[in-house]
Design a protein around this ligand. Sequence first.
Ligand SMILES: Cc1cc2nc3c(=O)[nH]c(=O)nc-3n(C[C@H](O)[C@H](O)[C@H](O)COP(=O)(O)OP(=O)(O)OC[C@H]3O[C@@H](n4cnc5c(N)ncnc54)[C@H](O)[C@@H]3O)c2cc1C
Length: 560
Amino acid sequence: MYFILDLVVFLCLVAISYGAFWISWFVTRRRLFKRITGIPEVQNLGDGRPRDERIKGTAVVCGGSIAGLLAARVCHDFFENVLIIEPEEWLSSEDATRRFSWEQSNKRTRIMQYYSLHGLQAFCYSGLLKLFPDLEEQCRYSGITVPPAEANVTLAGTYLRRPPIYDKDFPKTMEASRAGFETLIRRLVLGRGHYDDIKQIIGTVSGIVPSPDDRSRISKVLVRKDTSNSSTVLHEIDASLVVDCTGLSRAGFKWLSKAGYGTAETYPEGKRALTDLKISLDQKLHYCTLICDVPPSVLKALPLPSNTEENKRSNYAIIEDKPTEANGRRMFTIQRLDGPHVMLFVGQYTDASNVDYPSIAAVRSLLPHLITHTPIPEWVFRCVDMLEEAQVNVKYSHVRIPPTSYIRYHQGVNIPCNFVASGDSVMSVDPLFGQGSTKAMLGAILLHTALAKTGCSEKIPANFSEFYFKEHFYKMDRFWQATRSVAYGLPFTTPIPGEKLGVSGFTPWYSRKVRFLAIEDEDASIALWNSGMGFGTPVDIFHPLIFLKTLWKVVSDRMN
Ligand SMILES: Cc1cc2nc3c(=O)[nH]c(=O)nc-3n(C[C@H](O)[C@H](O)[C@H](O)COP(=O)(O)OP(=O)(O)OC[C@H]3O[C@@H](n4cnc5c(N)ncnc54)[C@H](O)[C@@H]3O)c2cc1C
């Protein structure tokens, strides 16, 4: 009798504990979902002010790449005028908005990744759809396919289970090269005459001028322009808002410093001087990308998933589970791109400086040596062999990824109220996660949210920049933490000064175990897919059911 009573009490306690765990997980996730994912706000993209109520003056967007083009598109819905300032001369020519990027005769000189591996998270695609409702049609026009965003990422060769909840309406992504993606966005923003109030001029922004009667505001930007007789002239351009989208050159940081912003007599808790805002780490990552120009008959014959099954995404990615002393940590990807192109990619985190896979033969000879849990599928080998046999033309790019950096503007003081920054100018992360374009999209979403809150049409409110960077921290800090956590698990990373390498504690161990669970478990695969495609929150993998299943798997694996 007492035994039964004890059992009932025990079961009640278990049920109450599980319920309490579930409720706290649910409440936390709901809060994070609203605050950090950008998913609720993405629906508002494309809404703006009627033309006669737009904010007076010009939103000046410095840098005309991914973040700059998206920021300009958003500013168009709120400002009388939008001006993109971009240094690369050819970006004002027709070549920059060409229908097929592979027919361009120019190459981006300031974008080292123009011919590198490029993947687009489905979240970014969903934001683009709101900004450009005819996106899918425009992709097709530019030779870009838009398949379901199956991740097809493997854990050392073993596929994670396909997330089932999206079977009917799987979110989409683009199979585009970086050149194809950037050129498409530029064509949509600048090349079709849809957004007449957005203009672009060629020049390099070299500084900012504080407003003479209110130093908390920038009144002008300084633009350096080369003239035909190889002299340089400096122009001053009035700015209602300055958006720094200068990518890795992080020019805004320098303009603020030169103009005397970012310092104070005393710093409130959690705030610091401009010079102390930047942190960097170097994960010593090499990117070797081969873009193969494939004749139509060979392309059709390749055993790519999209050739053998309808509506399939043609990509396969493997990353080794753990680094080794000899080879660091390596990864390989094959991916269909826009037009008649297939990309082969080898990446390597390593201390070695001689990483080089300049030919299909070099990539092919690496494949059998990758350390896998499950063999690489036969179709991958067959594709690589066929590309080699056909002696296709190859465009090779090797990039040593520069140290990834984060300017923690949210901790800054005395930042002008009409200055914001988006994309890599604030934070660059490990490119392997494919989050760069998502960050640029989230920057555009934040800008939209901040501008939509602005009641006045005369000028940007005094708390604009502070609000923007605070929200930027909430939405973007997780990307930096993920980059840091992966990098600190690699023995050759140069850490942030003052920090030590090594990831200890429960979360890294648990995350790896969830990846093993996701090979067979639907719930875990959904959580990982959401996180890989930009739809998740950091607590998704801690769903009580996933948590219990993971622990159960660990115990049962040990017992077997
Ligand atoms: C090798 C590599 C691979 C990557 N792979 C992926 C991927 O697969 N998926 C993904 O989503 N992201 C990827 N990324 C990240 C992604 O490319 C970047 O996050 C993205 O390009 C950032 O866009 P941005 O507009 O902020 O900066 P950028 O694209 O760097 O553009 C900055 C722009 O500012 C201009 N500029 C510079 N200085 C000035 C100035 N003083 N005045 C005016 N203009 C200026 C430049 O000319 C340029 O046009 C990768 C990055 C690298 C390095």
